[in-house]
Design a protein around this ligand. Sequence first.
Ligand SMILES: [Zn+2]
Length: 150
Amino acid sequence: MTEDVYTYDVRCRTCRTMFKVQLFESHQKNLFLVDKKDWYCEKCKKEYFSEQTKKLAKAHLAIGFPELNGSLKMVSWAEKIRAELINKVDYLRKSLKFENDDEKEQSGKAFDMFFREWQEKTEAKWWIDHRKMTIRNISKRVAEISELIK
Ligand SMILES: [Zn+2]
């Protein structure tokens, strides 16, 4: 077998440039993939990710989360994680029920302070390191803050 067996020509869906991919399934399956899959060249893939990252960064800036520091790849990943984690906080916040207005106000303050802690995390690496944070973790930290400001 030669190496050619594994290399196929595909066309980028965005810029229509032909490029080579290596596939490792059976020849028949590879041909199917070449035909059916949406292929994107490296350049378009990079542009797509940087577009997505820019969009997220802009949305985050609007809610007080500053731009992240780090390599392009890390920032791109960290922005996605940050979006997911912020969604978790919003979900938690909406799911809470309160006995009275005081409790509600207290909780609101705790969440604001919690977000302020996150807004100070401007290193992409911090978000990547904390990507596994769960709603339970978040809830625990908010409860701690709530105790502190009582
Ligand atoms: Zn392309």
